[in-house]
Structure formats: structure tokens, C-alpha cells
Design a protein. Structure first.
Length: 179
């Protein structure tokens, strides 16, 4: 069980290595945090001041309303769950990705009707096309989902989830609002 603040810090920590947003985070964070993440230091070993720096960076790189969804559609605490393929493809995507079921999002080309809302270099479907298949791929940083009504909404981890779907030999780790 972790707090919403920890979810935000973990979200930012995972973004450091992102091919799409990592540079923005690296420019805002002390080099030590970036080095720790690239060397595989587990999030749990980060000091509190690094966690606070990660949250500040997240609030700068991502729109405030987007970051605040962790609180507004969360429950104050999150727990680590493992999703099956069915749970992933049945969740709902963010409005920027159409607000549709994940399987519909996957089937739509990245230049679909919502393309004017998504910067092509930020679309995880497009980025996934550039990444070679790795039969040993493991999700290093759990995804983050929130709850809207009856539906889980995938907040963070779109590229990781696409890469996981290529060879889902292990359950998919996801931070979800605690019940």
C-alpha cells in the first residue's frame, strides 16, 4: 500500500528512461537521481528529498490536471495488482487516446482521427514500432491506473504495456486505487 504522493514520485522515476519524455525529466532533476535510475537503484531506496524532486518534476513536465487525476480518481492509497491480458485490453484509455477500451486504442493507427490531439512523437503505438521484439522483456516499473465509475483507466505505462503484450509471460504489475 502506497500513498498518492508516492505514486506520483514512482511515475516520475519511471519517466526518466522514457524515450519520449525522459529528456524533459533529466533536465529538471539532479544528476544523482538520473544516475540512480539508470543504474537500476530501486525506488524504495531513494531518500525523501529525491522523491519530492521527482514530484516537482512530474508537475512541471505533465499538465497539473493530468497529475491530479491520481488524487481525484484515486482513493488516497494505491496497491500493487497484477493484471491479465483481459484486464489490460478491457481498461479504458485516456481521453487523449480516444477514451476508448484499450483494445480499440491498439487497433487504431497512430494517425487516426484523434491524431491532432496527440503529438506523433508522444504516441506509444508509434514508438513501439521502433523497438525491436525482446522475448525477455520485463516491466521494470508498474503501470498506474485510476478508477472512473465502473472502469479502470490506464494513466501511465502505455508503451510498457504494448511491449508487455508482445510476450506476456508474467502478470502485468499495475498500481491501482486501494479498495
Amino acid at each position: 500500500m502506497i500513498t498518492t504522493e508516492e505514486v506520483k514520485a514512482r511515475w516520475a522515476y519511471s519517466e526518466i528512461s522514457s524515450s519520449r519524455l525522459g529528456k524533459r525529466f533529466k533536465n529538471l532533476l539532479p544528476a544523482g537521481i538520473v544516475d540512480n535510475q539508470s543504474q537500476g537503484l530501486p525506488f524504495e531506496q531513494l531518500p525523501d528529498e529525491d522523491r519530492r524532486a521527482l514530484i516537482r518534476a512530474l508537475k512541471t513536465v505533465r499538465p497539473a490536471a493530468f497529475v491530479n487525476v491520481v488524487e481525484t480518481l484515486g482513493t488516497g492509497h494505491f496497491e500493487l495488482a497484477t493484471w491479465t491480458i483481459a484486464q489490460l485490453v478491457g481498461c479504458v484509455t485516456l481521453p487523449d487516446f480516444g477514451g476508448v477500451r484499450y483494445f480499440q486504442f491498439l487497433a487504431r493507427p497512430y494517425n487516426s482521427e484523434q491524431a491532432d490531439e496527440i503529438q506523433p512523437d508522444l504516441d506509444p503505438r508509434r514508438e513501439a514500432l521502433r523497438i525491436a521484439f525482446d522475448k525477455d522483456f520485463k516491466v521494470k516499473f508498474p503501470l498506474i491506473a485510476v478508477r472512473s465509475g465502473q472502469h479502470d483507466v490506464l494513466l501511465d505505462g502505455y508503451l510498457r504495456s504494448i511491449l508487455w503484450l508482445r510476450n506476456p509471460i508474467e502478470p502485468l504489475p499495475v498500481w491501482v486505487p486501494a479498495k
